[in-house]
Design a protein around this ligand. Structure first.
Ligand code: ZN
Length: 225
């Protein structure tokens, strides 16, 4: 299962204004990328895919994927008072390493430190940025000194796209969304290996997501709210 975050990659405190968020919502509805009504009344900024959701994808993806795959389960505009680490899911198969000594950092150690940090940050006990001590070289590492093996960011506002068919997005559209957002947006992928994916790999089958619309997310991971 693939989720994406669109967010500034190097501006942890950037927040779009209320007017910019509203303009973006109207733009996405006008383009029919999202459904005009939110999924639930309490979640004013969470939408299911619209009739023209395929516009999100680049031409390669449109040619390669089935029409049902050119969509997503949910698009949500999320804002946080403090910068949070993206991707939010703990089911991502990260391979973390210290850039100073090149030893690996245990995922569980990283998440333990991250949990502490985000808790104290929210209580105003700590200031951004996050640091973690490398148990091999004893250096106090900031995120920039950790090799995450994929794009990550700390961010206070992002567009979360859940269960999307491809990472191959339409650059012109992302540019336009960035313009409205008021800051250049990068893409952070959150690839979650679920049981069906494992099954299909074991048996060298076509991934189920290639056959039908991605199924409902069974992982509980609403930590980004
Ligand atoms: Zn180290």
């Amino acid at each position: 299962m693939l989720n994406l975050y669109l967010t500034p990659l190097h501006h942890p405190t950037y927040q779009p204004s209320t007017a910019q968020v509203q303009t973006l919502k109207e733009f996405l509805i006008f383009q029919q990328i999202i459904h005009p009504q939110p999924i639930e009344a309490e979640q004013a900024f969470a939408f299911s895919s619209g009739l023209e959701s395929k516009q999100l994808f680049n031409d390669d993806a449109i040619e390669a994927l089935l029409p049902a795959e050119l969509s997503f389960e949910k698009l949500e505009i999320v804002q946080s008072e403090k910068p949070l680490f993206l991707p939010r899911s703990r089911e991502v198969a990260f391979e973390l390493a210290c850039k100073q000594c090149h030893d690996s950092i245990e995922r569980s150690d990283f998440y333990k430190a991250l949990d502490q940090y985000e808790k104290y940050l929210s209580l105003d006990i700590l200031q951004y940025p996050f640091t973690i001590e490398c148990i091999s070289c004893q250096m106090n590492l900031t995120a920039k000194q950790i090799d995450f093996n994929q794009e990550v960011a700390w961010s206070s506002a992002w567009i979360f796209i859940e269960e999307i068919g491809s990472t191959r997005l339409n650059h012109r559209l992302i540019k336009e969304i960035s313009r409205i957002w008021g800051h250049e947006l990068g893409v952070i992928a959150e690839h979650i290996e679920d049981e069906l994916d494992d099954f299909s790999q074991d048996f060298h089958w076509i991934k189920p997501s290639r056959l039908s619309r991605p199924r409902k997310n069974k992982w509980k991971k609403s930590t980004h709210r």
